[in-house]
Write a protein that binds this ligand. Sequence first.
Ligand code: ZN
Length: 407
Amino acid sequence: MIIQSDRIITKLDRITLLAGAVVIKYGRIHDVGKAATMMRKYPGHRVIRLEQAVVMPGLVNVHTHLELPLLLDHIRAENYTDWVLNLLEEKKRFTRNDYTAASHRNIASLIRSGTTTVAEICSHNASPAALSQSGLRAVIYQEIISMERTPRTVTFPRRGRSSPLIRFGLSPHSPHTVSEAVLNVVRSYADRKRLGLCMHVAETRDELLLFQRKKSGLERLYAAAGWDMTLAPKARSSFELLRRIGILNPAFLAVHAVHADDQDIALIKRSGAGIAHCPRSNHEIGVGTMPLRKFLEARIPAGLGTDSLASSPTLNLWDEMRYALRVHRRSGVTPQDIFHMATLGGARALGMDREIGSLEPGKQADIIAVPLPRRNTGDLYSDLLRETKNCIMSMVNGKIIYKEHAS
Ligand SMILES: [Zn+2]
């Protein structure tokens, strides 16, 4: 199959201008180049011509909880602890069917907006089945919350059927909701089974205050959950704790990292771990602004995540990109940086950059087409970020999973 278009973004800073083509064979990108050359070189192939479109790598959304429906307006709070307590209260009325219905709805919205790979945290065993039916590429981390002192009862979830598009990992929720003893068990299990780990880390300053044995809002969370405060770890910082446990490595994805100082950033850099940045969620929960520029300068693998509809208004990664640019532009972050985070950067953060994230021969054919921006300022990334809402076409593994209906 050959996809032909006005403009093709193969990789950052390498734009095939006007009339390019991507050649796809057996689910992979076989060749990329000028349309005329590709047509000559590969005669007799099925050709899809996309007019007034930009063809580009599919978006990588590195952090979601797809089982949650839109809750933001009901549970919005003044601080992190109240937001968590409101969420737990709200969840009491949900059934398994609600989580399944939300997963399907949310996946449809991811696909429509051009996400082709998603990193999902599963808490209610509903999103894996929905994802495996969807045609999306996914990393599914099973959530673990446990403050046990002697972790005899940590049960690791059974993994679903294997699929070439889905890989599994584990998500100990956060250093303040999983005891150090349990984290040690999770780490050795993940090492043995070669599973990726994902964790909310340093999202709120309260986590640091708790670990430094200062007053934080988290006492109320511990009281509500019936947890022993003495089981909360002691550490200079959340990342220092994770280093001590031996959990920081290239298979680790740290979500949020809002309260990471220069020492933490150096630790993360040395470890090879990746970062998921969710600026709209950080804003809605009021936890502060993540020092993105420093992470990018340190060349730490960093992607963008929408987080869930309990802390973000949409699952559209273009909305997240726009917001990220607005928040970080003054610190020197560019539209190209944001575009990179939403594609190859996210792939790197998930350890998948050899497979996806750019349109290069040998990579999986995860490709989207979006409308060519109406305004042309000469900076295509900036124009795309300003105007793009949804895609025209989405392909994962060489298979078209979405096509916009002609209106
Ligand atoms: Zn999250």
